[in-house]
Write a protein that binds this ligand. Structure first.
Ligand code: GAP
Length: 435
């Protein structure tokens, strides 16, 4: 499929089938904000749940859910007030605003919108959203919506160490919303103003950072394979010094091949002792770890893994989308990994006569897997509908089912069908889905 067409097809399918809607659509929409619909929220939750299980399923990684609005001092200490900005230019003619890296690098003075050479000199634009706490709107009440979830973990370092008695190396994982007042939002869910991050901060002894960097890079790339992302659509790229965030000594991006090219979905950052040292300085409170073996105190280094859940949901949908031809007609399929598929099994009665039995099967299976019951349209149409939303298995109850209790199970990817004894169905699906 042509890559530009693919993107258009994804945006349209996402809307039609209830994965993603433009935010506030009935008011004309709001730029850079999207809503996850009934199926999209299942995909997003499946991604988040699997990440959470992967991280906090490990004995030395614990979870946290910090508040979005934090003391504004956090962002002074972290360097975000001073450095979390993009250089941008305005067009004097059409008034549009652009990030420098979104300009045509061959023709850096030309406005990409109106084509005139009327761009201002670059100015830094801070990406944090500001708000005010309490009734007064002045500089003393300024607060920020967090641009990354990480800081909520750092400022709780002492609390977590004390309450859980974790020993370095250990990690703290968090999933939550982050906000960035991006200058140019683009490419659907790729760069938005409100999104979710899944971040894990791994606290390690200084001097072991290179070793842990390699370890987490390996772990994280393998994780994408576990959720079914095609190998050839993933790559890891080391970030050159000039492109690294202000806190990173070393960074690598895991990139996914979107229809518009390879782009970052996750950053692995060696943040050294930058953040904890800054918080010590600004808060006046020690953020140290006492090593019971060596009897020494030190500020741990931090190795961070940071994925955008929203951006990953987009990547997962791009990766799943396929078309093939069945009896001269184009079949659209989302080949989601069963872990990610929003609906795991669809149950159809072939005719009205099998409704009661099919309904019973649906109610039973739905206790274990997210299922859908569909009676409307021909069987062919019902299969296509499920293919389009990525349901791995369809169970059809027909006349023979009423006689001998068997049902047919149809596989989304091969379209092959098997007749299974009703009693064996749950076990059969559990093995196939392997959730
Ligand atoms: N705590 C480190 C951090 O926030 P980042 O590279 O700025 O690092 C991490 O962001 C991830 O968050 C990115 O890899 C991306 O998946 C996601 N992300 C960042 N900005 C985003 C945006 N405007 N829209 C959607 N996702 C975004």
């Amino acid at each position: 499929m042509d890559e530009r067409k693919k993107l258009e097809k994804i945006v349209s399918l996402c809307k039609q089938r209830g994965f993603v809607f433009q935010s506030s659509e009935i008011y004309g929409g709001i730029n850079g904000c999207y809503d996850f619909g009934p199926l999209g929220v299942e995909v997003l939750n499946n991604i988040k749940n699997y990440w959470w299980k992967t991280m906090t399923g490990q004995e030395n990684i614990v979870g946290l859910d910090a508040s979005i609005i934090m003391s504004p001092k956090v962002w002074e200490a972290s360097g975000h007030v001073k450095s979390f900005s993009d250089p941008m230019v305005d067009c004097r003619s059409c008034k549009a605003r652009f990030r420098i890296d979104d300009l045509d690098q061959q023709n850096i003075e030309q406005c990409p919108k109106c084509g005139k050479q009327e761009l201002t000199t670059p100015k830094n634009f801070n990406l944090m959203f500001q708000t005010h706490i309490g009734p007064s709107v002045d500089s003393s009440s300024v607060a920020y919506l967090r641009p990354e979830t990480a800081q909520g973990i750092y400022v709780n370092f002492n609390n977590v160490v004390k309450s859980t008695r974790q020993k370095v190396p250990f990690g703290i994982a968090q999933i939550g919303k982050a906000f960035r007042n991006e200058i140019n939002t683009k490419n659907f869910l790729f760069r938005v103003r409100e999104f979710e991050q899944m971040e894990m901060q791994y606290f390690i002894p200084p001097g072991t950072d290179e070793k842990w960097f390699e370890y987490w890079r390996e772990q994280r790339i393998n994780w994408y394979k576990e959720i079914g992302i095609a190998d050839e659509n993933l790559q890891v790229v080391e970030t050159p010094a000039e492109d690294r965030a202000h806190y990173a000594k070393r960074a690598a991006d895991i990139e996914y091949k979107f229809p518009f090219g390879f782009q970052e979905i996750e950053g692995i950052h060696n943040r050294t002792d930058y953040d904890l040292t800054k918080h010590q300085k600004f808060s006046g409170k020690k953020c140290e770890y006492f090593d019971p073996m060596t009897q020494k105190r030190y500020v741990p280094y931090i190795l961070e893994t940071s994925v955008g859940a929203t951006r990953l949901a987009f990547a997962v949908i791009c990766d799943a989308l396929h078309e093939d031809e069945v009896k001269g007609e184009v079949r659209t399929i989302l080949r989601f990994h069963p872990k990610i598929a929003p609906i795991k099994v669809a149950i159809f009665p072939l005719t009205k006569g099998e409704k009661e039995k099919a309904r019973k099967i649906y109610e039973e299976l739905n206790k274990q897997f997210k299922c859908i019951y569909d009676v409307s349209g021909s069987i062919g149409k019902r299969y296509r509908r499920q293919d389009e939303i990525g349901t791995p298995y369809c169970v059809t109850v027909d006349g023979q089912s009423l006689e001998d209790g068997t049902v047919t199970v149809r596989d989304r990817d091969t379209m092959g069908q098997e007749r299974i004894a009703g009693k064996a169905l749950k076990q059969y699906l559990a093995e196939k889905l392997n959730l």
